[in-house]
Write a new protein. Sequence first.
Length: 317
Amino acid sequence: MTHSSSDASRSGTLSIGGDLAVHRLGFGKAASSLQLRVSTVSRAIARLEDQLGVALFERTSSGIKLTTAGRIALRCARRVLRETNALTETLDRSSFGEIGEVHLGFHLPPLNAVLTSLLVEWRTTYPGISVTPHEPGERTLHSALIERHIDVALLPELALSQHHPHTPIYFEPLMAAVPNTHRLAEKTTIQWTDLKNENLLLWSWGKDRIGRDFFATRLPGINVRIFETGNMTLLAFVRAGYGVTVAAQTYSTLNLPGLKFIPIDEEDAGFKINLVWRAESEDPVVGKFVAFMRDRAKPYWRVTSPRAASESPYPPP
């Protein structure tokens, strides 16, 4: 640290002294600008010339001027000073949470209208703090959070861990996805019982305990087939007639051809999406993001069931 301060000080002396020399103001004015004695400035320049092994100034009876080496050194010193000042400003702003980056993990694609509005408002309010998305999969989001690969995550309430603080952000209704030619495609809404004789296709989250329990309580005895894929591949097989699935309402906004998304008119057809973070995090940028999302989500946090979701005042995406 001492070495860096010495370098910065040396560069500062050279920069100011060099500027004044170029304008033929001499060491007297330079010393006055630096609030130092002329002898102090003169010795500092001499030491710097000794350290660099070149003459920086040409001393003549008419005054002093920069040598070729001095002009090169002056340009470098100015650049170092600019970068040092910029670094100081950046660190100051970072310590107050004005600039930085938030790594945000997603369980679902961030297409929900409420979430989109919040992210747009965040970008407008804090243009110096970027949000970088991560989709490691719901079974690894907790580990990614613990291992600091991400700062915060958006998780459904059924996948929350008691070890992490969280706050609700929005409600995600569930819908049945069926081929356009399916017998249910003409319906405007369905009940869970309408799916009881169907082949239910689920992506990998359906095979863990949380997924199994979720569907076992709503569709007991239904024939389930697990696909070790993402939802988009699974939806392609639904469109091909291999079965039906239950998907977040978010996917219906993609307007996928050949598929019909039907609201499930049940109180338990949906889940809250929560923002989760590490309790021990002291990053002011993360703290600002959590506070922003928590406070801005409150006006939207009116939906408690899929029935209410159909009357939601959510803004369009």
